[in-house]
Ligand binder design. Structure first.
Ligand code: ATP
Ligand code: MG
Length: 315
């Protein structure tokens, strides 16, 4: 499919899930099983569309890298087994690994706990020309840390700073941080992979029953599942307070992995496309240099240093 068509179709898959103003956002308005009318019989076509998307994305990323002006930060948040890892793997499968950086944020170390909450993430903001992926992020500071107050206690903040406003203040700080990054040429897109509780159960059972998936199972995942309702409140509040035109959230239906991947790929394609990327234009001087180099190669006038270094004879 021509690239133009792929880009046009991408918009149709990403726009319905993009939140740029969270004030009226409600999680229950987005169905985790949504497929925009596509059924399982459309899966093969969907796979083809994803392959086209991955190709378009690779071309765009090549220009992003060559141009070396913008950086792109993609943030992934989700409940366990929603498919973060698989989505990152499939969507980025065509991208040159040199132009891409992935960081997975786990429970913080004691060194990290001794700093402000953005510190550990700031170090991994992507360089210009790169796509950086955060697999979990500073948003955990308004999710797991909010659901389990013991995580907040471990941060040993001065007690007078820990008030009932702390989450509102964190949202404010995150918004300011994201505005700051945006003003520095870092384009931010955030994805919440929205899986249903029933589908999570099905995937956990698959991890328990399929020997090849056993390694993915963690007893802690079941413990966290018990806090499902608290997490949903925290996610909704997070999206309401941190969706912005410059750093939108995409609330992507995640009960069907094939659909999640298409929707995320579409959002990334649309984002890169909007940057109007071009390969850098070569200067007149550089063009002359290229012509001279070509002439030397073709015309047999290459310089040679032959004879300056004598090889050692093996003992
Ligand atoms: P997967 O399970 O697919 O390997 P994952 O992202 O769930 O991926 P885990 O190692 O299972 O990785 O979990 C990381 C854990 O670290 C999560 O439970 C997450 O909530 C927790 N975590 C991340 N950031 C923080 C934070 N700032 N404070 C406390 N816990 C955090
Ligand atoms: Mg996990």
């Amino acid at each position: 499919m021509p690239k133009k068509d792929t880009i046009k179709r991408a918009r149709g898959f990403s726009e319905p899930f993009r939140i740029t103003d969270g004030s009226k956002f409600r999680l229950k308005d987005i169905d985790p099983g949504e497929t925009l009318g596509l059924g399982s019989e459309d899966k093969p076509r969907a796979k083809g569309a994803l392959a086209n998307g991955v190709e378009a994305l690779a071309d765009l990323q090549d220009m992003l890298y060559a141009q070396d002006r913008w950086a792109v930060l993609l943030i992934f948040q989700a409940m366990d087994a929603a498919g973060k890892d698989g989505t990152i793997k499939h969507v980025m499968s065509g991208v040159n690994p040199q132009g891409c950086q992935v960081y997975s944020f786990k429970s913080p170390s004691s060194e990290e706990l001794d700093h402000d909450f953005l510190w550990r993430c700031m170090k991994y903001v992507p360089e210009r020309g790169r796509i950086g992926i955060f697999n979990r992020s500073y948003y955990e500071e308004t999710l797991v840390v909010r659901v389990h107050s013991e995580f907040l206690s471990r941060q040993t903040l001065p007690p007078e700073l820990v008030t009932k406003d702390i989450w509102k203040e964190r949202f404010q700080d995150i918004r300011s941080f994201e505005r700051y990054l945006t003003r520095n040429g870092v384009v931010i897109r955030k994805f919440f992979l929205h899986v249903s509780k029933g589908e999570q159960k099905r995937r956990f059972l698959e991890r328990l029953e399929n020997p090849e998936k056993n390694w993915k199972f963690s007893a802690n995942d079941i413990k966290e599942r018990a806090f499902w309702d608290d997490y949903m409140v925290a996610y909704e509040d997070m999206i309401r307070h941190t969706a912005s035109p410059e750093a939108p959230w995409y609330v992507v239906p995640a009960d069907n992995k094939w659909f999640t991947r298409i929707a995320v790929a579409a959002a990334v394609i649309e984002t890169l496309e909007a940057l109007n990327l071009r390969y850098p234009k070569v200067s007149e001087e550089k063009l002359k240099e290229l012509a001279a180099a070509k002439q030397a190669l073709v015309g047999g006038k290459e310089k040679s240093s032959a004879g300056k270094i004598a090889a050692h004879t093996p003992a």
